[in-house]
Design a protein around this ligand. Sequence first.
Ligand code: AHR
Length: 771
Amino acid sequence: MTTREHITIDVGVSRAAVAPDLWGLFIEDLNDALDGGLNAECVRNGDFEFSAADHDGWHPLTAWYTDPPDTAEVRTDAPLHPDNAHYVRLTGPATLINDGWDSIGTTAGQALWLSFHSRTDGERGGRVAVSIAGDEDDGLAQAEIVVPSGGWHHCQTILTPTADGRGKLRIDIPSGLTVDLDHVCLRPTGADGRPLTFRPDLLHTLKELRPSFIRFPGGCLAHGLGLDNLYHWKTTIGPRHERVHLPNLWGYHQSRQIGYLEYFELCQATGATPVPVVAAGVCCQNYPGGAQAMDDDAMETYIADVLDLIEFANGSLHTPWGEQRAALGHPEPFGLRYLGVGNEDEITDDFRDRYARIEDAVRERHPEICVIGTSGPQLFGRDYDSGWAFARARATAMVDEHGYRNPRWFHQNVNRYATYPPGSQVYVGEYAARSNTVRSALAEAAFMIGLERHPDVVRLASYAPLLARVGHTQWTPDLIYFTATEVLPSASYHVQRMFSGERGTVVHQVTVGGADPEPVTLPTTGSARLRSPGSGIDYTDIVLDGAPHAAVSTGPRGESVELGVIDPSSASLEFTATRQAGSEGFLIELGAAAPGSHLEIHIGGWQNKSTVVLRSDDGITNDDDGPIRWRGVETSVPVDVAVRLDGARVRVWADGELRHDYEQDLRPEHRVVAGASSRTTADGTIEYVIRAVNAHPTPRVASVRLPRPSGSTISEVTTLAGAAPDDGQPFTASPVTPCVNTIIGHGEVELDLPPWSFITAVIRPARDEAR
Ligand code: AHR
């Protein structure tokens, strides 16, 4: 049995009030998080608005089919609404069928509200049979809808499945009836019999996180690919069949059935304060041709819209937008306190100009609103530096910074915010340790202890992305995976829940004794390897550490060719690469084989548009330097490459141009980390909330010394442990879930920190000694 190492956690005096809104959520329609996810709607493409602009090959009948085949005619004349122009015409006998996203999940007895708009030609209406058919075409639920004669009518009924299962929606048009159909919906109903807005199991999973705030409607989605794709809140609050649909820059379609109104309702349902993010008058810089900026006329309207949003959320019933809110069923204000402006924007002059105009207008009219600026897509680098300089010069209240890094980075950055200068505060709006392993979840926990420790700097934080439908993801890792019928929370979800579920009100100084940070060193040996997934490359004139090497070739399947052994702290490599086939570039690996630490130098990384140096630790990769835009590798055009490793310094040349010159980060990793806060209960009892991470194979026991030692204590300890560090992967539920136990003790409290664990302990005096 491995012996437990002993550490001490000394809880010192209280330093500052905990940031009250610290733990929140960030929701974006990515990975089918909304349509196909949190949106309770079961019918996919119910408005027949899918198109090739959403995704290659998509069209108004995507997700639909008919029996007999191809009997639905797509039309746009005299539509239900001009912003929802497509509908279908069917002449019976014909059946229109929708599979939902993969399938429609049913629960026995859970009533489903079916609704559509119909129109018949002339005098004749009719009866339409509707059903949910299971995989074997067995009926899970049946009903009938009367389709009135004449113009567009709203028709509805209830389908109550008799079994749990997965099925498809069928709408059977009888012989002799011709009917137009649009805005087909199928939603579970709540206790009051009304259709639900949010899928109940996912809503429950979010509520369990007890979010203080919700940021919406997205990161990249908020500023969009091109100005036409930018998210305008006003087009998302009316009746659902009148909302403006948009292509989703993540490669699918936004119905916007969850629009601004529903986001505010989600905040109410979860008790969170809303944090809407509006574009800063520029679109995403990843748009071909770069970020486009609104012209002056458009800006004037846009700024008025932003001010109207604040009025919609907070205005009295005597204001036009407050009145609108009430008309939509919400006389009470939504309590908006924060407003994000911009997301990960490139900090250009256009951005600065448009951002400043929006922020100035909000400051002038609504000084009560905390405006949150942006510092680019990375936690360092050019946009980060200029974004922060701009925000500080403008005294922007808060700045949103984003970081998707490997677990090592999080352990190295536990104290990141200890040295931030005073002034603009921080919203860590998007972060995740790459991979969905226990290792990543613990790295996030260590980092989050660091966030909680610095309430003077860090006010808000949210993991990203939040939701992902299995089989429909564009981004991993994610916090919560789901299918039609299951919710699969990751280990990171449990970590988030442990933080938000138990919070103190004041932060305490903490000293950990007996566990030093772990040094990060360069590997002592490794090899140089070449790869070219997606291309065929010939390498000639190879010189490794001064010695010539025979020419080699790599192929599109990505196998690597080994050039020889190197010392990763002192190595040099030169060669000429000529692409013979394919459309990508190539990469050089230097150092240990996975999962050890090594560098990956991509010449023509990310769609052959850049060069970038990545570093992989424990088999999980980070951008270490770049990406830096580049012309790309061309077929038959040789590229001369040179690489030098001198200690931590990395230099890379392409065609004689020095593309990368930086030092690898060798700061130590904080793998054993503790934090403490306290709160005073209504009867005056002080409770301490202790958090500790042991991201290590060695089990530890921690003696906790409180500032006001009490005699006997009761500790409720929640522990996440019991899996190997690399257990856990995307699309599955966490291999571990937290367990709770109670410890009754006297004097110092002893807490067990199993290998690879995170604990949150609430320590209170035993009843007779409370106070
Ligand atoms: O969370 C996924 C994406 O990551 C967000 O849209 C964007 O802000 C970031 O690049």
